[in-house]
Write a protein of this length. Structure first.
Length: 166
């Protein structure tokens, strides 16, 4: 009984803190041009696999903000096909929605990366190439998925062209 109460309390705390009604984007240092200006630029080497930038979204299955952005993210990363490596992690169930197989847990290296760029592990979190980071949806309040798609494309295009020089 005590363990059930503990896990319920833990889930409730995570739910309340991770997915609030306001999906606010906090920007410390925006990109210098207008394209992709809702992402932070990090002084970090671009993460690649097989010479392709790795694009990640960390979300959960129960988060309304994550559900809102899910189809837009999936559409944009699919447009780039084999030019990028893309993941869409649902942390609560451990699955990468963009892979064919059902994963049962997010790999520890992915969790560590999420913690590196977002220590509070709030959702949704976007880590594009370990160089461009965004926490939350930028245009959800305006219900503008096309603006979100433009932001994603701008950042992916920057990564494919070598990223911003520090």
């Amino acid at each position: 009984m005590n363990s059930a109460l503990f896990f319920f309390s833990l889930f409730f705390i995570i739910f309340i803190t991770a997915c609030s009604n306001t999906a606010q984007v906090t920007i410390d240092r925006p990109i210098k041009d207008n394209a992709g200006n809702t992402f932070l630029v990090k002084d970090h080497v671009i993460c690649e696999q097989e010479g392709k930038p790795i694009i990640r979204e960390f979300a959960t299955s129960w988060c309304p903000h994550c559900a809102w952005i899910k189809p837009t993210y999936q559409q944009v990363v699919q447009e780039y096909g084999n030019k990028i490596i893309a993941h869409q992690w649902e942390a609560d169930i451990g699955d990468d929605l963009l892979s064919e197989q059902l994963e049962l847990a997010v790999p520890q290296e992915e969790i560590n990366l999420w913690k590196t760029f977002n220590p509070n592990q709030t959702i949704p979190t976007f880590v594009f190439g370990c160089k461009y980071i965004r926490i939350g949806n930028a245009f959800e309040e305006q219900k503008d998925r096309e603006a979100e798609a433009r932001e994603f494309r701008a950042i992916i295009d920057k990564l494919l062209s070598g990223g911003e020089k520090p």
